[in-house]
Design a protein around this ligand. Structure first.
Ligand SMILES: C[S@@+](CC[C@H](N)C(=O)[O-])C[C@H]1O[C@@H](n2cnc3c(N)ncnc32)[C@H](O)[C@@H]1O
Length: 214
């Protein structure tokens, strides 16, 4: 796989997929695949798939036996909670056809796509074992419900990357528009052995990640 694919994807997805994000995702996903961590790959909040196509290409290169599962309401964001600080219900809405077109542009088949709100799709439509997840859901409830369902299915050493995990004490340049994801993570991990680390970039990347304990 040629890494310059990241430049093309970033140019296509200026709002949601700059080079900092894609390079960090490339590193995290390729590392679990090379280590042969068992399980499939998921993206919670795939939108029109401009990061999903990178996930698929990394899978195709390093471990083509793994499946990619994509989750989205395809109705945009849900109602914000009191902890959410940006955008509104229905923002970012795209269709499954938009997602399909993205994969067609990259000459890739559409991965398994799970349309609906996370609290309805995740309980019985997640893979039994997950080696990597990209959680990009913008809002507090969406992040919390995803963590509750994804965490128990993660294999030992699996990685979950969480977008909009903004910790200004560790990463002062991080985008601070969405307060919900970090709050959800802080609550969820309060009684877990893992800790969230931050990933940084040259711009305003607000990424957190953790590796599941053994
Ligand atoms: C920032 S976009 C994802 C961008 C995408 N990961 C990318 O890199 O291009 C967030 C997505 O999460 C979806 N979403 C947020 N909360 C959701 C929920 N509770 N159930 C289903 N989809 C949700 C929205 O529909 C939206 O498409």
């Amino acid at each position: 796989m040629h890494n310059d694919v990241i430049l093309r994807l970033a140019a296509d997805n200026v709002e949601m997929g700059d080079v900092d994000r894609l390079v960090n995702i490339y590193w995290a996903l390729s590392s679990v695949l090379v280590q042969q961590v068992p399980g499939d790959v998921i993206e919670a909040g795939c939108n029109e798939g401009r990061t999903s196509v990178l996930l698929q290409q990394v899978i195709n290169h390093f471990a083509p036996d793994r499946s990619l599962h994509l989750y989205d309401s395809f109705e945009g964001l849900p109602e914000p909670s009191e902890h959410d600080t940006f955008l509104h219900r229905g923002a970012l809405a795209v269709t499954v056809d938009d997602l399909r077109r993205t994969f067609e542009q990259w000459h890739l088949p559409l991965p398994q796509t799970h349309q609906g709100w996370f609290d309805q799709t995740m309980p019985d439509q997640l893979p039994d074992r997950i080696c990597f997840g990209y959680l990009d859901a913008d809002y507090y409830e969406s992040t919390l419900v995803s963590l509750e369902h994804i965490y128990p299915r993660m294999s030992p050493d699996a990685i979950l990357v969480i977008d909009d995990y903004c910790d200004l004490t560790r990463n002062p340049h991080a985008f601070s528009g969405f307060a919900g994801p970090k709050r959800a993570c802080d609550e969820f991990f309060a009684d877990k052995p893992e800790e969230i680390s931050v990933l940084v970039g040259v711009k305003d990347l607000a990424f957190g990640y953790f590796r599941k304990g053994r």
